[in-house]
Ligand binder design. Structure first.
Ligand SMILES: Nc1ncnc2c1ncn2[C@@H]1O[C@H](COP(=O)(O)OP(=O)(O)OP(=O)(O)O)[C@@H](O)[C@H]1O
Ligand SMILES: [Mg+2]
Length: 381
């Protein structure tokens, strides 16, 4: 926990702060987000107000994974800075991405102010310019076009940066681990008495499909062969994006780099059949291609589509993994509903990849991957 209050008196109070409220000023200065902010630099202004954005429960909870606050009046042009307190390991990932990769790219980015360790290092505070654009919608073509262009710029520019040893791996292996973790969690909770007969039938079938996919995993690796390695956001969905239309042509604002890593950029390109804010932004692949083709002359649109389908498989593995952690609860059935959606996306992506239909089952009509052959040449980028 930040405890360095000695430097606070040196901070200037943002001009709009009412001068007649010394008590408010001192309570602001005691707020954990402000204390952490003050540790970045001695001459930073004090915010006019601190407003909770996520995880607020009246006090800073040590148990909660993430707390997010707006520090009003300390950002560019009097805007806000967002203070995010998360687990130390997650903060370290975001810090590495900002400091070792994004800082060297010429790309429209939210300004990163820095990172402060919280107490014993179990948590960290990250400070980022507030995204002020409108919410991203997968239903708006213009938003998907903007997302495709921005990703094209990110992936092609970051591929020229020498990867830092501290960046996490974002190779297919990561998603194979998600597959195994999801399967383990499903199997460990099949005895949850709240699960219905239909839930159990679905989950048991899903385990079979995951087994088959694991067996055929090398084929996914092959489909990615030759694709460039670059910085991957890893959680490129509508919740982590805003679209700022005030600038000419619009600009995507991106945050939440906790899942970022270095690898083939498949997962960011994931395309879901049923648009969902949380699963993927469905970035427009034509727009992406128009940006990356210069840097990656060997890339074809066909290869990118293959990459995106593989990314959908990866995304489904990550989603099944995080959703399966809820199977332990009394309300597990509610989460099985979401898992059905992810399984549907998985089946759709595998179909599109042209895998042989090893087993088509009654509950979801899913296609198994084992023994399949991609119908398109993956070519690589
Ligand atoms: N720079 C920012 N500008 C505007 N809003 C932000 C910013 N950073 C975070 N937020 C808000 O706080 C929320 C949580 O932040 P973030 O996504 O980084 O954390 P998270 O714990 O990974 O959240 P989640 O699991 O919900 O994705 C975001 O969904 C968004 O509403
Ligand atoms: Mg998020």
């Amino acid at each position: 926990m930040a405890s360095d209050t000695m430097r606070l008196p040196a901070m200037a109070v943002a001009s709009e702060l009412s001068t007649g409220l010394p008590a408010r000023r001192s309570s602001l200065m005691r707020h954990p987000a402000v204390l952490a902010w003050s540790k970045l630099s001695a001459d930073l202004p004090l915010p006019q107000r601190v407003a909770p954005l996520k995880g607020w429960n009246g006090k800073l909870s040590r148990e909660r994974k993430t707390m997010v606050y707006r520090l009003e009046g300390v950002g560019p042009y009097g805007g806000a800075v967002v203070a995010k307190r998360c687990r130390g390991a997650d903060a370290e990932i975001e810090r590495t991405v900002h400091e070792e990769v994004l800082s060297s790219l010429e790309l429209p980015l939210l300004r990163y102010y820095g990172c402060v360790e919280d107490g014993d290092g179990r948590f960290g505070w990250l400070f980022l310019e507030e995204a002020t654009g409108q919410e991203f919608s997968v239903f708006l073509d213009e938003h998907r076009v903007q997302a495709g262009r921005w990703l094209g710029l990110l992936h092609s520019a970051a591929a020229r940066v020498r990867p830092s040893g501290r960046l996490r791996d974002a190779s297919p292996k990561r998603y194979l681990e998600h597959l195994r973790s999801a399967r383990e969690r499903i199997c460990a909770n099949l005895d949850n008495p709240v699960l219905t007969r239909e839930d159990l039938a679905f989950l048991e079938e899903l385990v079979v499909q995951l087994n088959e996919l694991e067996e055929g995993w090398d084929r996914l690796d092959e489909a990615l062969h030759g694709a460039p390695q670059t910085l991957v956001h890893g959680d490129f969905n509508g919740k982590n994006l805003r679209v700022n239309t005030s600038e000419s042509g619009g600009a995507i604002e991106v945050y939440d780099w906790e899942d970022a890593g270095w690898g083939v950029p498949a997962v960011d390109l994931a395309q879901v059949a049923v648009p969902s804010t949380y699963l993927s932004a469905n970035p427009d692949l034509d727009s992406y291609f128009a940006v990356v083709r210069e840097q990656w002359p060997r890339t074809s649109l066909q290869a990118l589509r293959q990459l995106a389908r593989t990314g959908t498989v990866f995304r489904a593995m990550a989603a099944l993994d995080w959703e399966s952690s809820n199977l332990v609860h009394d309300w597990a059935s509610g989460f099985v509903v979401n898992m059905r959606l992810y399984q549907g996306e998985l089946a759709h992506a595998l179909d599109a990849l042209g895998w042989t239909q090893g087993s088509r089952r009654a509950s979801g009509g899913a296609t198994a991957a084992a023994g399949g052959q991609p119908t398109e040449q993956s070519g690589g980028a």
